[in-house]
Design a protein around this ligand. Structure first.
Ligand code: 2HA
Ligand code: ZN
Length: 269
């Protein structure tokens, strides 16, 4: 890719990681066709150098904490297996305008593409992270099969039901996902309503699950974000394997979970 950034080496590193993680999402069977999307906040002081003459696209909402911030995003309608081959042909760079209520797309050869259909959720989550200053830079959505299957279980009605199952399957789940998973009820994808419900749920949880649709995770790197999804999917697989073997999984006991929660607090302090 030709140089369009003041710090091209950092961008190249991010694009390499996008390739790798997009490939894994596809291989896992979690990103069929154009399913799933990724956005990455670019490091501080990275300036796009090809914005002059770009069209500005207006947003219905304003994202005040993201003024002039730059992102890499996968593009709408693009296949994750193609993102793995070429993140720049199947994704794009955008910069929010000075008021945070519009965005510019970096001019490039493949300039007919637009950001992911879940743009509103991605921007809303990044805005929330910027406001609370917790430092996550990546937002990832994928159609994680095991988690979607679990949300088809009629006995799982809310986040508590989901966490009671998943956090007890394996100690690492509580250590790395101490605030657990939020469950958002089924809402039409791509809408402001699902974006609002997702942002709200991220206030109290590390991961957000969209009932009968997929999963959203955040993290400080692409690998870190993928790992969070991988951990909860492993927990879901353990639950299904126990059920398939014909027995009810025992799960970890409350005192064991509390002990793990304390360990997680030590890790994160
Ligand atoms: O990118 O996954 O939710 C396509 C989707 C929409
Ligand atoms: Zn989706």
């Amino acid at each position: 890719m030709k140089t369009i950034f003041s710090k091209q080496d950092k961008i190249d590193g991010i694009l390499e990681e996008v390739k790798n993680i997009a490939g894994i999402l596809w291989e896992r069977g979690w990103s069929e066709k154009n399913a799933g999307n990724i956005s990455v906040l670019l490091p501080d002081r990275i300036q796009l150098s090809e914005l002059s003459g770009s069209d500005e696209y207006k947003l219905k909402n304003s994202f005040p904490a993201l003024k002039q911030q730059c992102f890499y995003m996968t593009a709408t309608g693009k296949r994750m297996q193609d993102v793995a081959k070429s993140p720049t042909r199947n994704g794009l760079f955008v910069q929010l305008n000075k008021s945070g209520d519009g965005y510019l797309i970096v001019r490039q050869t493949f300039n007919t593409i637009q950001p992911t259909s879940e743009f509103l959720s991605h921007l809303g989550i990044h805005n929330m992270i910027a406001e609370r200053r917790t430092g996550e830079t990546v937002v990832m959505h994928t159609h994680a099969t095991e988690i979607i299957a679990l949300t088809q279980y009629s006995k799982i009605k809310n986040s508590e039901d989901l966490n009671r199952i998943l956090l007890g399957m394996h100690p690492e789940t509580m250590v790395f996902i101490p605030k657990g998973l939020g469950l958002v009820p089924y809402i039409l994808p791509g809408t402001q309503a699902i974006a609002d419900a997702t942002i709200n749920s991220f206030k109290d949880h590390d991961i957000v699950v969209w009932k009968k649709h997929g999963i959203f995770a955040i993290g400080k790197s692409l690998t870190d974000t993928f790992d969070h999804i991988d951990i909860v999917c492993k927990a879901a697989r353990i639950w299904f394997q126990c059920k398939s073997a014909g027995f009810e999984p025992e799960g970890l006991k409350d005192d064991q979970l509390n002990e793990l929660k304390k360990l997680a607090q030590k890790f994160n302090s």
